[in-house]
Design a protein around this ligand. Structure first.
Ligand code: URA
Length: 184
């Protein structure tokens, strides 16, 4: 049986891919280890690499607002990424980097044991829902992932670049809130 302490300790020294050599800090994950809902992003950016915490840059500020809209915050959700080290110049994590890293995330999912999983952006959704997942068409729909209900939202960075996508995301968030209310 896995436990948080040993998972963190093992993960801390990870050099399973090249990203381990260029990171400032490994970005493990943050939040409530018993959360009903888990948010999964793509990988750390500059601010996250510097602070060792996911979603603390501009995209993270918007994620905090998105959580607040549905009555959540960082104490009631768990947040992690597909890759735990920053890809250089914020490029997409490569398939072999994702494959090398995702095992840590599977173990985090097992430990949190969330009822709902929300993927932030296309990269996270393609890693777990389907390789040809289309975020523009399929955001806001429920899928079964690891026996749990899962939905993908536009990545907060995409919402910063293109605010016209925000109303659709608001609707998606409300569906997540509805589903959460069924749990309590
Ligand atoms: N974007 C992500 O996907 N994850 C982070 O932690 C920060 C920005």
């Amino acid at each position: 049986m896995d436990d948080w302490q040993s998972l963190r300790a093992e993960c801390a020294g990870c050099q399973r891919c090249e990203l381990g050599r260029t990171r400032t800090n490994l970005v493990f994950g943050v939040g409530n280890e018993n959360a009903d809902i888990m948010f999964i992003g793509e990988g750390p950016g500059e601010q996250e690499d510097l602070r060792g915490e996911p979603f603390v840059g501009p995209a993270g500020q918007l994620l905090d607002v998105m959580l607040e809209i549905i009555g959540l915050d960082r104490t009631t959700v768990y947040i992690a990424n597909i890759v735990k080290c920053r890809p250089p110049r914020n490029r997409d994590p490569l398939p072999d980097e994702q494959a090398a890293c995702v095992g840590w995330l599977y173990r985090q999912i097992n430990l949190v044991d969330p009822k709902l999983i929300v993927f932030l952006g296309r990269i996270a959704a393609t890693a777990f829902i389907r390789a040809d997942f289309r975020i523009t068409r399929e955001h806001g729909q429920w899928f079964d992932v690891l026996g749990r209900k899962a939905m993908a939202l536009y990545h907060p960075s995409a919402l910063l670049r293109d605010p016209s996508k925000r109303p659709e995301t608001f609707v998606d968030l409300k569906h997540i809130q509805q589903e959460l209310s069924k749990l309590s």
